[in-house]
Design a protein around this ligand. Structure first.
Ligand code: NAD
Length: 354
């Protein structure tokens, strides 16, 4: 074992089925008086109105303006609503996009946040905010954006389409994978990472086969919580760096990009961190971690080639060069040729190779 620092993040987690019924009690517990409910437009908005009704006279209404990658101009519009309504807290109901908007508001106002996630992406458990300005996404880590309360209600995930469950679930698994070989890894977070991987690897194929499988939805959400907590606790490495570069440079969809890149990033890092890779394989119940993740993505019917989600062929070289500028810490040094091979395989949808 190596020396470690373990810091507990101050967030309260309420997990179960029907837990959204506790939202008013949770708001009262925080001592807030006027709450704005945030969501994306469409289906999420209907759910937001249901939550506003549960909040009763604490509700200041719904703002259904969240979009992916938290553009600052979208936050500016939401801030006007926040100021106009005189609220002292926000409830963010939805996936990482809505939760990102809640965080962006909290960063600028110090308002309290209750996050109600409906995907497996994990943002609700982290003090991390990624924002986009003029097409450039920058990420910061600050305790100001960590939601005070997170309500996980399995009922809210029952209608999450299997395809989104698959990719947001693999996005969550990426947090746990990199936590196991993080520079800041610690024994407690590694336990959570293994358990999160195990829960998601078993649950996602069951959700694919039967999206109404309630027990599988429980397991997947439990795994997502654990994986999100890993991302919140320790630094990430090459995989997250590459996804950040690809998402920012080519406007690729977030969860799908993570799903495609993960097996290749694991294969790249495998020679440098054999113990961590063995733990990942063990948690997945497979002999080879990288190959197991690639096969899992296939089993879930997810895209496995970057070219199929909108990345141009000439983007490979651009991505290699961008990734080499200000790289994240990584257990294996970033080598230009190795990165080019990795991205070429991921672009073509070929199996991973160390
Ligand atoms: P998302 O929030 O964009 O949601 C994806 C789609 O699923 C949307 O169309 C949404 O309306 C729909 N959806 C959500 N819940 C649903 C439900 N229960 N039923 C039916 N449809 C539902 O996607 P995401 O993958 O959750 O989040 C991606 C975003 O989160 C990215 O911007 C990413 O950068 C960010 N993120 C941030 C962190 C962090 O720690 N800061 C971590 C992970 C992801």
């Amino acid at each position: 074992m190596q020396p470690f620092v373990y810091e507990t993040l101050p967030s309260r987690v309420v997990f179960g089925q029907g837990t959204i019924g506790q939202i008013r009690a949770e708001a009262e517990r925080l001592g807030v008086r006027r709450v704005l409910v945030l969501s994306t437009p469409g289906r999420g908005e209907a759910l937001a109105h249901e939550i506003a009704a549960l909040l009763g006279n604490l509700s200041a209404g719904v703002h259904a303006g969240a979009v992916m990658h938290t553009p600052v101009e979208v936050t500016e519009v939401a801030l006007q609503v926040v100021r106009g309504a005189g609220v002292d807290a926000v409830v963010a109901i939805g996936g990482g996009s809505t939760i990102g908007l809640g965080k962006a508001i909290a960063l600028r106002t110090d308002l309290l946040q209750i996050a109600v996630p409906t995907t497996y992406a994990g943002s609700e458990m982290t003090p991390i905010l990624g924002e986009t300005k003029d097409g450039v996404k920058t990420t910061q880590r600050t305790p100001k954006v960590l939601p005070e309360v997170v309500i996980y209600d399995v009922d809210l995930t029952m209608g999450l389409p299997a395809s989104i469950a698959a990719t947001s679930g693999m996005n969550a698994m990426a947090h746990a994978v990199e936590a196991l070989y993080s520079k800041e890894r610690s024994p407690v977070i590694s336990l959570m990472a293994e358990e999160g991987l195990r829960a998601l690897a078993r649950a996602l194929p069951r959700i694919k086969d039967d999206p109404r499988d309630r027990a599988a939805r429980w397991d997947a959400f439990y795994g997502a919580w654990l994986c999100g907590a890993c991302l919140g606790a320790v630094g990430m490495a090459l995989h997250h760096k590459l996804c950040h570069v690809l998402g920012g440079s080519f406007d690729l969809p977030h969860a799908e990009t993570h799903t495609i890149v993960l097996p290749h990033a694991v294969a790249y890092n495998a020679p440098a961190v054999p113990d961590a890779i063995e733990r990942i394989a063990w948690a997945l119940g497979v002999a080879d971690a990288a190959q197991g993740l690639f096969e899992l993505a296939g089993r879930l019917g997810a895209e496995r080639a970057l070219r199929d989600i909108g990345m141009p062929a000439d983007g490979i070289e651009r991505a290699v060069q961008t990734a080499l500028v200000a790289p994240y810490w990584n257990p294996r040094p970033l080598e230009e040729g190795g990165l080019r091979d990795l991205l070429t395989r991921a672009w073509n949808g070929n199996p991973p190779q160390a």
